[in-house]
Design a protein around this ligand. Structure first.
Ligand code: FES
Length: 128
């Protein structure tokens, strides 16, 4: 069996939503001290849903594929759903990751949650 699924390879080679949102409503940056990889997420929120999302990942292929998939999963979604995104769901959507690469999907979950926290910090009135 190939080490990486077709879906992982696709999102690694053609990552969706790469970039920066200059006037983002929430920004989250996380890193993994062990491998040194860093992920940054930008959220644009309108009427309680993710109107736009972009990411920058300085990391391995699985981290890039995880961030790409995670952004696709939350685009257009209400914030209540975004808050519940798990790394397991991201890894499943990628048709699996090798065990020792699961931490790459954790980075995507953490980056999104951190961007969401940043949004709520700036807009406490929006917190449910
Ligand atoms: Fe660390 Fe992938 S090896 S995020």
């Amino acid at each position: 069996m190939a080490l990486y699924s077709e879906t992982v390879m696709d999102h690694f080679r053609n990552p969706r939503n790469v970039g920066v949102i200059e006037d983002a409503d929430g920004v989250g940056e996380v890193g993994n001290a062990k491998c040194g990889d860093i992920m940054k997420m930008y959220l644009k929120i309108e009427d309680g849903v993710v109107a736009d999302v972009k990411f920058e990942t300085f990391g391995c292929g699985s981290a890039i594929a995880s961030s790409s998939m995670a952004t696709e999963m939350i685009k257009g979604k209400p914030l209540s759903e975004v808050a519940q995104l798990t790394n397991k769901a991201v890894a499943e959507a990628l048709d699996g990751l090798p065990d020792y690469k699961m931490h790459c999907s954790v980075l995507a979950e953490e980056a999104i949650h951190s961007a969401l926290e940043d949004y709520y910090k700036k807009h406490p009135e929006k917190e449910a």
